[in-house]
Every structure is written in C-alpha cells, then in structure tokens.
Design a protein around this ligand. Structure first.
Ligand code: LLP
Length: 402
C-alpha cells in the first residue's frame, strides 16, 4: 500500500512533508552494498534532510554523518551516531565550531583552505589535542550539473588545488597537533554523469599515491556525495558502476572509502503535500493557489528546479496554469506553465521528490510556520516534527518589545 496523502491531510492538516522510511532504508542499503568489496562508511549528508528521526533511522542502519555546522554534528550525536563516524565539512567553519568538533572527537575535519588549516592547528594546540584532518581537493573538473550546485571547478569556492593540498598534508605531518587522516572531494550535486566523477577520483587517488611515497599514509578516501535522482526523466548513474569505478581508481591502496550521499538517500523518499485554496485567472493566465509556498519548498524559485506535481482529483478538464503559493513574491511558484486539472477548494496536491533540500531550506518568510513532517514506515504514519505555531515563531523576539 502506498501513502494515502488525502488521509494524512485529514489527520495532520496541510501543508506537510511525508517521508517513506522504508525507501530510505533501501537506498542506504543499495549504496552500502555497492561498496561491499571494501571497508566503507556511508556518511549521510545531514543538510539534505536533518530531521532527527530521519538521521536516527539512518543511524540504526549503520550510517555515519557528513555535517556542515556544529549544529548538524550535534544532531548526529543526539541520535546516537558515534563520533568516529562523523565528518565536519564546509568552507567557513567558525572557531567555536572547530573547538567543539575537536573536543567531541569526531572522525575528521574536512579542511578547505590553508588559512583554515592554520586555524585548526592553533585551536588544537590550545586544547592540547591532535586534530584528524582530511583536505578537500578541488580537482578542477566540470561536473556538468546546475551551476549553483556545481563545486568541483577552481572558479567555485570549494577545496584547494592539488599542489596546495600536498603542501597542507606536509604541514599536517610536521605538526604535533595535526594528523593527516583522510582526503576529500565533492564536485557537485545531482550528478548524472559518471565520467567527471571517475576523472576526479583518479586525480585525487594519484595524489594519495604521491603522498604515500613521502610517508603520508591516509586512512579515508572521501568521494563526497552528489549522486543524482529522478525528478523528471533523468538518466541516472548506476550505483554499482559508480562504486566499481571508484574502487578501480583506488586499486592497490589500503584505504576506507567514505561516501556522503544526501539527495540519493532521501530525495525521492519525500513528498510535499499541499491543498488548493483558490483558482484565479488574470487576463488569460490561470493560477492555482495552494497553501504551501516558496518558504516551505524553495527549489523551483531558487534553481528553477522541476518537481513532478499531481493534483489528486478526478477532474479531466486539464489546462495550462501556474501553481503558486500565498507568499507576496512573483517568485513564489512551484511550477509555471504546467497542465493541471480544474481544481476545487481543498483538493490535495502532491509535489514529489521533496525529501532532500526542501524542508531543510524552509524559512519563516511571511511569518509562516514551518510545516509538519511525517514518517511513513511499515505502513504506519507518525509525526516527526510538529507544525510551527505563531508562538514558536515569535518566541525569540517577544521579550524584547519595548
Ligand atoms: N558532501 C558535500 C561536501 C556537500 O557539499 C554536499 C552537498 C553533499 C555531500 C551531499 O550532496 P548530495 O548527495 O545531496 O548531492 N540545495 C541544493 C543542493 C546543495 C548541495 C550542497 N552540498 C539543491 O536543492 O539542489
């Protein structure tokens, strides 16, 4: 039985997100199994969907966590992911975040610049600790994805070039407070081409061999995340081919593979469900206005991203329209020029592939409370985040009214 969006709308009201936890398990297992020829760590990219129950579900399956703020690290720890399975990435870590990450003893910090490495060294010295370091290498390869989610070219702010990385590893080796532990790359998100991944992994694997030749032995090879999913009619990278081509590049190296999938695991597990408020026609343009908006799901507005949309009614009178929300911006739309049936007040609309980078990118714009999140597992639904109330939204301001 699949998820009954109408029933859930009655029970929890709309808008809401619902996530299929069994699907999440399947995708995790698919990737873990693809790497079975070697020791591997699937470090779930928490930013994709950081609901505690989602992370907990993955923790139960054995996942680690790839985090980009100390907040995400704390989420991972809170649901029982062991520190030795947690990685902390990001180009701009704050001193206090570095300090806490070191004190918590996580697996490694992914360092993205010379300046950051110096900072980590300084803080590790102050704490009299040794920081396990992984350096994010920017292989200067075009991942052939949307420019906003492309990260593997020198023109992007991410990582360091090969020569800089090498120098940084030597600095680690010579420091009492730094331990060269891993190497990292991540060339972009929603990747549908295997070739750029292969090329990048090969470049970085060569660096690992060069480092080994100067007695810098790394334990973890982190290939980042980025595996694409089907939103529309994308042709995907085969998971086994993906793993196989990475493992081939690592031939002869005694190193654990780390992979940081986000979207691949949760993207197609999630659906955003909203209901129709009104229809209107301006000139000859038809608009269907729903109760969800860009503050709930910003991907169409921000990236012009496509999400499959379905109106759950039986009406056969189909015509062109824009599906929009109540927020006071022309950019508040889920789809433009889409064919949808004529709708009635309260008709339910499902927006698919909404498990990744949807709730996590939501805001309170227009003083709209963030929506409820629901888990669906073993044919049962349960609330995993309550809908925000007006009181929740103003709670950090109220005391300051003069
Ligand atoms: N590792 C690193 C270092 C990352 O920067 C990311 C994503 C991931 C792993 C996970 O990538 P994934 O497997 O999910 O593709 N908001 C955008 C996506 C931003 C991705 C940022 N980094 C979107 O809605 O498409």
């Amino acid at each position: 039985m699949s998820i009954n969006f109408k029933e859930l709308a009655k029970k929890y009201d709309t808008p809401y997100y619902v996530y299929d936890f069994d699907y999440i398990s399947e995708k995790y297992t698919e990737l873990k199994t693809a790497f079975k020829a070697r020791k591997s760590l699937i470090a779930y990219a928490v930013k994709a969907n950081s609901n505690l129950s989602v992370i907990k579900h993955l923790a139960n399956l054995g996942a680690g966590a790839d985090c980009v703020s100390i907040g995400e690290v704390k989420r991972a720890l809170k649901v029982g992911i062991a520190p030795y399975k947690i990685i902390f990435s990001g180009v701009g870590k704050i001193d206090s975040e570095i300090r806490q990450a070191l004190e918590l003893g996580i697996l490694m910090i992914n360092v993205e610049s010379d300046a950051e490495l110096n900072r980590v060294e300084l803080i590790a010295r102050e704490l009299n600790l040794v920081a396990r370091i992984s350096i994010r290498v920017n292989p200067n390869i075009d991942p052939q994805t949307h420019p906003y989610i492309s990260t593997g070219l020198h023109e992007n702010k991410f990582g360091v070039d090969i020569d800089t990385a090498k120098r940084m590893y030597i600095q680690c080796k010579n420091s009492e407070h730094l331990e060269p532990t891993g190497i990292h790359l991540h060339i972009g998100s929603q990747l549908t081409q295997l070739e750029p991944i292969k090329e990048s992994v090969k470049i970085v694997a060569d660096l690992v061999r060069n480092l080994a030749a100067i007695k810098i032995e790394l334990s973890f090879f982190d290939v980042g995340g980025g595996l694409g999913i089907i939103y529309d009619d994308e042709k995907l990278i085969d998971t086994n081919e993906y793993a196989q081509s990475i493992l081939e590049c690592l031939f002869g190296l005694d190193i654990t593979v780390v992979c940081e999938p986000g979207r691949f695991i949760v993207g197609n597990a999630g659906t955003f469900v909203t209901k129709v408020l009104y229809e209107k026609v301006n000139g000859n343009k038809r608009f269907v206005i729903v109760d969800g908006a860009m503050n709930d799901l910003i991907r169409p507005s921000l990236y012009n991203a496509y999400h499959k949309i379905e109106v759950l009614n039986e009406n056969k009178d189909i015509s062109d329209c824009n599906l929009v929300g109540p927020v006071c911006e022309s950019g508040d739309f889920f789809a433009k020029n889409i064919q949808l049936p004529k709708t009635e007040h309260n008709d339910i609309v499902a927006i698919y592939s909404a498990g990744a980078y949807c709730f996590t990118m939501a805001s309170n714009y227009n003083t709209r409370g963030r929506v409820a999140e629901i888990a669906f597992e073993n044919q049962e639904d349960r609330l995993i985040r309550r809908r925000e109330t007006f009181e929740n939204i103003i709670s950090l301001e109220e005391e300051f009214i003069k």
